[in-house]
Design a protein around this ligand. Structure first.
Ligand code: ARG
Length: 465
């Protein structure tokens, strides 16, 4: 820190230094910090702001520092406060005075904004890959179980028969919207802030477009004060991550329910389940539960940063250093959740016979019976009432609707005829054949479309780091 304490007469108090230091967590930005510095040094050399030889030496040493970090030879020191100062200090140590020239036409304010944007772009690319991995797993399970029928629920009450594939593809859609949201976030993260200086711009003949090109950015920021004070791109990632975790948490909840003895629709693979320390019979869905729990953390990180940012006057304020830990935590949580979910979903054992049994016991064809009467000329409200009475009758006898005789049916309405026994789960699903419905024809089509979406390469920004 001594490099920047010229105007002080004392060293920082130990507790003050520890309180302000971010090196323990921002060291993960070393790749981005070094890439940004290399591009900056090249630009300074090209523009004659430093000599080409100095630029070359700086670039070479920065590459060596990267190796040192990767080989675990670099010592991060709290006194050096953050990743920017740590790398610069080591550079000066290695090359002497020329190292001190790297920070010409730059401030840590635009430097940290650059690092965070580079990092965000990198993690968005990884997030998209992992989203795709989970989508692939869902499509695989849907395809191998294409004919499996299950009860669809509303209010967690058995409602109408649906294909399991249809149910799983609902999650495919959610994740596709998540991917779109991250893709959108990428567009706004893809703006190069270096050259904004501390806040007002820099008083040197710099070439910002050159730096942007070197680092794979599509454009440069238009306002220096905004560029150093903006963390919207992190908030957007955290917001998209929150929505995505909410989706994963809903899937987790279904996996938890479905693997309970009460539902018994699926069994988790041993590799994705945990045992109980006391009850030997237990097979617990801990991964699903943890992901449901971790969703709270991801929401919390979003709320924390929104709150941090809301009172800040322009431009940079140190409060903004608080963007990092929550963001890194969100990234780690989301990426690991997506990865483990892909494995957990892919290895689920589906129990088609149990799903079918739940269907038979659930009076799920009641709506179809009402529709049947409507087609025979009854008003829907009337037929709704008739079928309600039928269900109550069947319930009192402890049998399913399919087990009622035609005579029994006709006791409730003379409109019932022989063809009432043609109302089956299969017929019920096949009838829902408008786009987006659970009819097998539609689901086959939806699966093909999902496959096509997965095969489409996402437009990926070239990053040169
Ligand atoms: N560690 C700081 C952060 O993360 C870097 C920027 C420091 N700038 C400053 N003017 N103190 O925000």
């Amino acid at each position: 820190m001594s490099q920047i304490r010229g105007r002080f007469r004392k060293a920082a108090d130990k507790t003050a230094a520890a309180y302000t230091a971010s090196i323990s967590f921002d060291q993960r930005l070393y790749v981005e910090d070094i890439a940004g510095s290399i591009a900056h040094a090249r630009m300074l050399g090209k523009q004659g702001i430093i000599s080409p030889e100095e630029a070359e030496t700086i670039v070479k040493c920065l590459q060596e520092i990267k190796d040192e970090i990767e080989q675990g030879k670099f010592r991060f020191r709290t006194e050096l406060e953050d990743i920017h100062m740590s790398i610069e200090a080591r550079l000066v140590e290695k090359v002497g005075e020329a190292g001190g020239k790297l920070h010409t036409a730059r401030s840590r304010n635009d430097q940290v904004a650059l690092d965070m944007r580079l990092y965000t772009k990198k993690v968005i690319a990884e997030t998209l890959l992992r989203l795709k991995g989970l989508q692939q797993a869902l499509v695989e399970v849907a395809e191998t179980n294409r004919d499996v029928v299950m009860p669809g629920y509303t209010h967690l009450q058995r409602a109408q028969p649906v294909l399991l594939a249809h149910h799983l593809l609902a999650y495919f859609e959610m994740l596709q919207r998540d991917a779109d949201r991250f893709g959108d976030c990428l567009k706004r993260a893809d703006v190069m802030p270096l050259g904004s200086g501390a806040l007002a711009g820099v008083a040197h003949d710099i070439d910002r477009d050159f730096v942007a090109k070197e680092l794979g950015f599509s454009s440069v920021s238009r306002n220096s004060m905004d560029a150093v004070a903006d963390r919207d791109f992190i908030l957007e990632y955290e917001a998209a991550a929150s929505i995505c975790m909410m989706h994963l948490s809903r899937l987790a909840e279904e996996i938890i329910l479905w693997s309970s003895a009460e539902f018994d629709f699926i069994e988790l693979d041993d590799a994705y389940a945990t045992g109980s320390s006391i009850m030997p019979q237990k097979k617990n869905p801990d991964i699903a539960e943890l992901s449901r729990g971790k969703t709270g953390r991801v929401y919390g990180n979003l709320m924390a940063l929104l709150t941090t940012m809301k009172g800040l006057p322009l431009a940079y304020n140190r409060d903004m250093q608080e963007d990092k830990e929550g963001f890194f935590d969100t990234v780690d949580t989301l990426l690991s959740t997506l990865e483990v979910f892909a494995g957990m979903v892919k290895t689920l054992r589906i129990k088609p016979e149990k799903m079918r049994q739940a269907l038979d016991k659930g009076y799920l064809l009641a709506t179809d019976l009402a529709d049947y009467l409507v087609k025979k000329g009854a008003a829907f409200r009337l037929s709704h009432g008739i079928v309600g009475k039928l269900v109550s009758y069947a319930l009192s006898k402890g049998i399913s609707l399919g087990e009622l005789s035609l005579d029994e049916y006709r006791r409730f309405s003379p409109l019932f005829a022989d063809d009432v026994h043609e109302i089956t789960a299969e017929a019920s699903m096949a009838a829902r054949n408008a786009k987006g419905g659970t009819a097998p024809e539609q689901v086959v089509q939806a699966l093909a479309e999902a496959r096509k979406t997965l095969e489409m390469p996402r437009r990926r920004k070239k990053a040169s780091i």
